[in-house]
Design a binder for this molecule. Structure first.
Ligand code: NAG
Ligand code: NAG
Length: 414
């Protein structure tokens, strides 16, 4: 005869009680329109999974809604600072070869973004490009950056309130900057940040981006790219001179964003609350010969003679559009361009995760595929670099295979 197990009997009774309590709680707070998400909450409670960061908007439950909102507001605030530095540079107050504007913009934007992440997600790790060591040695530079950081606020009180203020003093600013020193990896929540992606573009007055992404267990879940110098209009064609002589005047400045499984969006870059977003999709490419290519301005970042051979193999006749930063990912995601190639120029160079994470998700959520030149997905879970990948190929999913084939033929990987 089977012996009743008092332990399991006890457990099933507590489960039953917790079920009843939860059910009561749910039905007392529910309205019929949001019954489904609440039932989902009940089910996930019973199966033992956690449902953190779930908010209910209307009848739809959207995961990572809070992360997305904070990330975009943080990028928007930091862009106020980078734009200010960009303008001061454009006025010629610093010499052309002086790297200091980019240093100031980089540190200032990183401090503002990490301060916002720390406030809302205090337990998350952060992999950011800069560390404060240089500022600890350089008092005038430190002071200059602190002045900018303390003055930079969103001009919408509620939005600024969501970010929880920035930092109180210089020491806290240094401490915040150093929070970006995580080694990354395959476990847990890790934000990855490039405060000014495309430093050369920033200096030459071309394209740059503020790039922020959330990885969870090595997978990109949320991606945000602030591109102050790109046209707001998703339909604006890519001008040949997009990589230089640009402004952030009226009609410029866009935020691209994506959440895993929820598509990609663009919205005008504002200085206060977030603007309304619009869904973006990559352009359908029926004939690769009519496609357009984006690549880096810097010959050292991607082999331009090989990309010309690849274009030729695919029958592409339009000249490639060259611009700096992940503005390339954003541009193809909204159909302003079609293909982004980054071909390795050295066997040993490892791409940094902050240079690709946001763009990778935005392109994939807009209907694209992103791999390296071997055809593998980019692996953001191996540390601060994409140590196991080589180069990047981003294209509409339907033609990615053909582009990859041409790349592999030219690079003699087959
Ligand atoms: C940018 O402007 C400068 C000066 O007007 C000009 O020499 C240069 O060719 C321009 N660059 C591009 C890419 O249009
Ligand atoms: C680009 O690739 C060609 C071979 O296809 C090579 O000769 C050249 O050195 C490469 N350039 C750079 C900058 O890596």
């Amino acid at each position: 005869m089977p012996v009743a197990n008092p332990q399991s009997h006890y457990l099933s009774r507590t489960t039953l009680i917790s079920l009843i309590v939860l059910t009561l709680a749910i039905f007392t707070t529910t309205t019929t329109t949001n019954l489904l998400p609440r039932l989902g909450l009940l089910l996930s409670h019973l199966s033992g999974t956690t449902t953190t960061t779930t908010t209910t908007t209307g009848t739809m439950t959207s995961i990572y809604a809070r992360e997305l909102e904070i990330a975009q507001l943080a990028v928007q605030r930091a862009a106020i600072l980078t734009k200010r530095v960009f303008h001061e540079k454009a006025k010629g107050t610093v010499s052309k070869d002086d790297k200091s504007p980019v240093t100031i913009g980089d540190f200032g934007a990183q401090a503002l973004i990490i301060a916002a992440l720390r406030h809302s997600f205090p337990h998350d790790a952060i992999v950011a490009e800069e560390e404060a060591a240089q500022l600890r040695e350089d008092a005038p530079l430190r002071e200059q950056i602190w002045q900018l950081v303390r003055e930079t606020k969103l001009d919408d009180v509620a939005a600024e309130g969501l970010l929880g203020g920035s930092v109180r003093d210089v020491d806290e600013m240094l401490e915040v900057l150093d929070r970006g020193a995580s080694e990354g990896g395959r476990v847990g929540r890790v934000w990855t940040l490039d405060p000014i992606d495309g430093t050369k573009g920033f200096l030459r007055g071309g394209q740059y981006a503020l790039a922020l992404a959330l990885l969870e267990d090595g997978d990109v879940k949320v991606g945000v790219l602030g591109c102050p110098n790109l046209p707001v209009d998703d339909a604006a064609p890519l001008a040949a001179d997009i990589g230089a002589n640009q402004t952030d005047d009226e009609g410029r400045g866009v935020i691209f964003s994506a959440v895993i499984g929820q598509g990609a969006t663009s919205r005008p870059l504002r200085t206060g609350a977030l603007a309304e977003g619009k869904r973006i999709r990559m352009k359908e490419v029926e004939d690769l010969a009519s496609a357009s290519f984006c690549e880096s301005v810097e010959a050292g970042h991607s082999n331009q003679s090989e990309s010309a051979q690849i274009a030729q193999k695919l029958g592409i006749t339009k000249p490639s559009v060259r611009m700096d930063s992940q503005a390339k990912y954003g541009s193809i995601a909204r159909g302003a361009g079609d293909i982004y190639l980054r071909l390795p120029t050295s066997k040993t160079y490892q791409e940094k995760i902050w240079d690709h994470a946001a763009g990778d998700l935005i392109v994939r959520e807009a209907g694209g595929q992103v791999t390296d030149t071997k055809g593998n997905r980019l692996d953001f879970g191996v540390g601060r670099t994409l140590a196991t990948n080589s180069g990047v190929i981003a294209a509409p999913a339907a033609v990615h295979g053909k582009v990859l084939e041409a790349v592999q033929e030219v690079l003699k990987l087959k």
